[in-house]
Design a protein around this ligand. Structure first.
Ligand code: NAP
Length: 262
């Protein structure tokens, strides 16, 4: 098997950055996608991540692209292929919260379409394109361990009616993962879903106090915020094949959020 390549969306910050760095620690070269890539800004964004990946001894290609735009998918994949020649691991991590938390009785079409476009439609079609590329590589006799990971959320099965469109996008993405797991199994491509819990990133910064309080009151079994590295380590375990016989698995990385208690 040659050097493995991981395509990680939303790798400029937060969970995606944590995933890219963990995969780099485990020997992966990275194709890192975000909405913008500015080589003049080594302090922040994809070029900061590139420097951290290189410190870990691997290569990193920053790619600017909007995953909600199908036209960008071909460009993203082609950029990765031009640089590395293959895509071995896809991590569908990029995602957004609603710009404003609005009660389900007030949700706007604009927010619904934006969130569903980025969180659900985008990764569906990007995965379709990458899966076809992986099948092509397998048929060409390339030896690799193909893995696709979807980063959904505990919101996939936890209702929050002040951001219903987010929960709906993640519930839908969970079913996307199941469908690709079924369809790609005969090709030896394993597909997994990771459901992060409450992770400290820009996305949760606006609701920090609310979650600080809930965690202090015992919401989780493990009494702390999650970190991007917590999610990154789970992705690395999947990519490295430690859950090889578990395609389709749904893995919660949420400090025990989902355990029912009485
Ligand atoms: P974040 O800090 O807000 O980072 C989001 C990332 O996604 C950024 O890299 C951003 O790129 C990228 N992105 C957003 N829209 C994109 C688009 N249209 N095309 C390409 N890239 C795009 O969020 P995060 O907390 O790390 O969340 C990452 C994923 O985990 C999301 O899918 C989120 O729903 C999920 N999640 C998060 C939590 C949590 O507690 N934080 C919990 C469960 C699940 P730019 O820098 O270019 O904007």
């Amino acid at each position: 098997m040659g050097k493995a390549i991981a395509l990680v969306t939303g790798a400029s910050r937060g969970i995606g950055r944590g995933i890219a760095l963990c995969l780099a620690e485990h020997g992966y070269d990275i194709a890192a996608v975000a909405t913008s890539a500015d080589p003049n800004n080594p302090e922040k964004g994809l070029y900061e991540v590139k420097a951290r990946v290189e410190e870990r001894g691997q290569r990193c290609l920053p790619i600017a692209g909007d995953i909600s735009q199908r036209a960008d998918h071909a460009k993203i994949i082609q950029a990765a292929l031009d640089e590395y020649g293959s895509v071995d691991v896809l991590v569908n991590n990029a995602g957004v919260a609603p710009k404003q938390r609005l009660d389900i009785l007030e949700t706007t079409e604009e927010s619904y379409d934006r969130v569903l476009g980025i969180n659900l439609r985008g990764p569906f079609f990007l995965t379709q394109a990458v899966a076809n590329q992986m099948i092509k590589q397998a048929q060409a006799g390339v030896r690799f361990r193909p893995v696709i990971v979807f980063i959904t959320s505990i919101s996939a099965d936890t209702a929050s009616p002040n951001r219903a469109e987010y929960c709906i996008s993640k519930a839908g993405l969970s079913m996307v993962a199941q469908n690709f797991a079924v369809r790609l199994a005969p090709h030896g491509i394993n597909v997994y879903e990771i459901r992060p819990g409450i992770i400290a990133t820009d996305m949760t910064a606006a609701v920090k106090e609310k979650y600080d309080k809930l965690i202090a009151e015992g919401l989780l079994l493990q009494n702390r915020w999650g970190t991007p590295e917590d999610v990154g380590k789970a992705v690395a375990a999947l990519a490295k094949g430690y859950l090889d016989y578990a395609t389709g698995a749904v893995i919660e990385v949420g400090g025990g959020f989902g355990v029912k208690r009485l």
